[in-house]
Write a protein that binds this ligand. Structure first.
Ligand SMILES: *Cc1c(COP(=O)(O)O)cnc(C)c1O
Length: 347
């Protein structure tokens, strides 16, 4: 697809949108006398509206990610970008979207909120991607395909070849959610959105490896046309001044050592759990969690809760019967998990 094909996917009312503008766009300096926005003139530290274009933040993120700023969208969590994709591309009650199953639940919630049909395609038993089935499940009204790699909750990455095949053969937007890419050895696809794949959008987040879940900052990387449309639909001041400043401060703290530690702990916990009699399978993971299959997941879940260890029970999720999803914590926390599970065996 080229950029014109992508433009033709955008809802007509959005393509015709005249976005909200601010007078501050006409004046770039910091030292003006600002009488344009009905703000309070008394300096509280917060009396001015924040930068709606998040220029400093985008510059810093662009440097870190090796991406041009015009290919970056910053949202109030990835959730904002997911919701915006439906509002930009899907006519309510008319268009549809497709997601893999099991995967992140927010794609379907956002589809439901926007009155958009969500088609679910089951991953294979080993959680690999059924590429042909995905492509054949689309019709002329399928506007979005959501693929999560590494996938939550299965933990596996999909091959670049399979993902790119869908990007090439699907006449719509392919969203690849890379929330856990920092923990994976499979390289990110984000560089491909620059002048190569205008129908590819990459989601990343500062909520996981970067340790900023509480700040709410999601990233989307896409063709500059797609980014400009998303930016015209978002709330103008979607990222508060406090959050912009805090994220800039936090981005200066390197996370490489922490990521290495989590990846090493992931291998250690996986090995320890695999050796336990109550564990049927520990799935391979490229993320900061493990999907673990037990004979009786509900009973193990209750036992862990009783030891004040909270994990995610995925027993009722398609393809995940008997499974708990366990986040990799600090070494001491992982030790507590292992000890508690060893204790369960002795009951
Ligand atoms: C955790 C997670 C996110 C992050 O969402 P935020 O709104 O950015 O916190 C996105 N996608 C997946 C698949 C996740 O598991």
């Amino acid at each position: 697809m080229n950029r014109q094909d992508v433009a033709a996917l955008v809802r007509p009312n959005i393509a015709a949108l005249c976005p909200y503008s601010t007078a501050r766009d006409d004046y770039k300096g910091p030292l003006g006398i600002f009488l344009d926005a009905n703000e309070s003139p008394y300096p509280t530290g917060y009396n001015r509206y924040p930068d709606p274009h998040q220029k400093l933040l985008k510059q810093k993120i662009g440097e870190l990610k090796g991406m041009p700023v015009e290919n970056i969208f910053i949202g109030n969590g990835s959730d904002e970008a997911i919701d915006l994709l439906f509002r930009v591309f899907c006519r309510p009650g008319v268009d549809n979207a497709l997601a893999i199953s099991p995967s992140y639940g927010m794609y379907t919630v956002a589809a439901d909120i926007n009155d958009v049909e969500m088609r679910q395609v089951r991953l294979r038993e080993d959680f690999s991607l059924p590429v042909e089935e995905i492509l054949s499940s689309c019709d002329s009204r399928t506007k979005l395909i959501f693929l999560c790699s590494p996938n939550n909750p299965s933990g596996n990455s999909f091959s670049t070849e399979d993902l790119m095949r869908i990007v090439k053969d699907f006449h719509g937007m392919v969203v690849v959610d890379e929330a856990y890419a920092d923990f994976s050895s499979v390289p990110s696809l984000r560089s491909r959105v620059v002048e190569e794949c205008p129908n590819l959008l990459i989601l990343q987040t500062l909520s996981k490896a970067w340790g900023m879940a509480g700040l709410r900052l999601g990233l989307a990387f896409a063709d500059r046309y797609v980014i400009s449309v998303m930016s015209s639909v978002k709330y103008p001041y979607n990222i508060s001044q406090t959050v912009q400043e805090a994220v800039l401060r936090q981005l200066a703290e390197p996370v490489e050592d922490r990521i290495r530690e989590i990846v090493a702990e992931r291998a250690r916990v996986s090995e320890a759990l695999s050796a336990m009699g109550i564990v049927r399978k520990v799935y391979p993971s490229d993320a900061n969690f493990l999907l673990v299959r037990f004979d009786d997941a509900d009973s193990v879940y209750a036992h862990l809760l009783n030891d004040r260890i909270i994990v995610r029970n995925r027993d009722k999720v398609a393809g995940c019967g008997g499974c708990l999803r366990v986040t990799i914590g600090l070494k001491e926390e992982n030790d507590r998990l292992i000890a508690s599970l060893q204790n369960y065996r002795q009951i």
